[in-house]
Design a protein around this ligand. Sequence first.
Ligand code: CP3
Length: 347
Amino acid sequence: MTLQNDLLLRTARGELTERAPVWMMRQAGRVLPEYRAVREQAGSFITLAKTPELAAEVTIQPVDAFGVDAAIIFSDILVIPEAMGLPYEMVESRGPVFPETVRTMDDLKRLRVADAESDLGYVLDAIKLTKKELNGRVPLIGFAGAPFTIFCYMTEGKGSKTFSVAKKLLYTDPDFAHALLQQITDSTIGYLQAQIQAGADLVQIFDSWAGILSPEQYRTFSLPYIKQICDLITGTPDREVPITVFAKGAFFARQEIGQLSCDVVGLDWNMDPHESRQLIPDRVLQGNLDPCVLYADFAQIRAEVKRMFDGFGHQHYIANLGHGIYPDTDRDKARCFVDAVKELGAV
Ligand code: CP3
C-alpha cells in the first residue's frame, strides 16, 4: 500500500524533504485519557499489549490526537525476555518486575532463543492489524530494546537508577554476560525481521541504559550487539526498512554509533546539535527536546522548538523528544510541540 504521508520514511532514507517529520517517543500511553480508558477495559498493561485489536487502537490514538507523522506499535521492549522464557509483570507505580532473574550460566540454560512467530505472534498480529487500520495514513515504527538494555532488566529483575547488579556481572562474569547478550541478540534479530515482514516501515532500537556504561564497556558489551542487529536487518533482502539507533546517555559513543549500518541516530537532550552533526556527519539525526519543556508555557515550547531547528537545521532531521514523554504532560502541550514543528520545520 502506498503511504499518504511518507515524510518520515523519505527523511530516514536520507532524502531532502519539504519539512522535518515529527513523532514522540512513548506517544501512546497515559498522556491520553482515551489510552487510559482502553487500558482500563483490558485490565492490565500486559493484556492490552497482548490483545491485537486493543494494541492497534492505542497505537493509532496519538496519530489522531497529535497529528504526528508516524505511529509506533504499542508493545514493550520486555516482551523479548518473556519470549526467551523469563516472564515480567508490570506493577502499578513501580514499573516492570521479573519474578525470576538470570545471573549465572545455569540460569541461562533454562532460557531459549525466542521464536518470533510462536512466542511473539501477538505483536506481529497487532502490526498487521494496525497497518490495515492506518490504511496508509502514516508509517508504522516497530522496535526492540538493545541487547544491553534488555540484559539490565533480565539480570537486575527490576528498574534501577544504577543497575549495579547488571553492571557487577560485566566485571565478575564477562563470559556469562556475553553469552546472555548473544542470546538476546539472536532473539531480537528474528523478532525485528518478523516485525518488518508483518509490515513495520522503520525499526528503532532503544538502548535506554547506555549511559550507565563507560566508553570502554559500551564498546565491549553494547555496540557489537547493536552492530550485529543493524548488519542483519540492513541485509534483509526483501525490504528496505530504515533503522534508528537511540542510545540514551551515550554521548561518548556518538561517533561509533554514527558508523553503524543504521540510517538514523536518536539523541537525548544532553547532546548538543552542532557537536552531534560534527560527530555524526552522514546520518539522519532524531531528537532531542527535553520532555520537561512540555511543562513550560506554549510560547516557551515554540521557542525551544525553534532553538532545535537552529541547531539541527531542517534537513536530515526528525523532530522528537530526547526521551519518552512523561505521563503527566498536558496533551495540549504535546500538541503544541507537534504543531510548532510542522510550522517551524517547513523548508
Ligand atoms: O508509544 C510508544 O512509544 C509505544 C509503546 C512503548 C512502551 N514501552 C509502552 C509502555 C515503548 C516504545 C516502550 C519501550 C520501553 N519500555 C523502553 C525503552 C524506551 C525508554 O523509555 O527508555 C523501556 C526502558 C521500557 C520498559 C518499561 N516499560 C518501563 C521502565 C516501564 C515503567 C515506566 C512507565 O512508563 O510506566 C514500562 C511500562 C510501559 N511501557 C507503559 C507503557 C505505555 C506504562 C504502563 C501502563 O500503561 O501502566
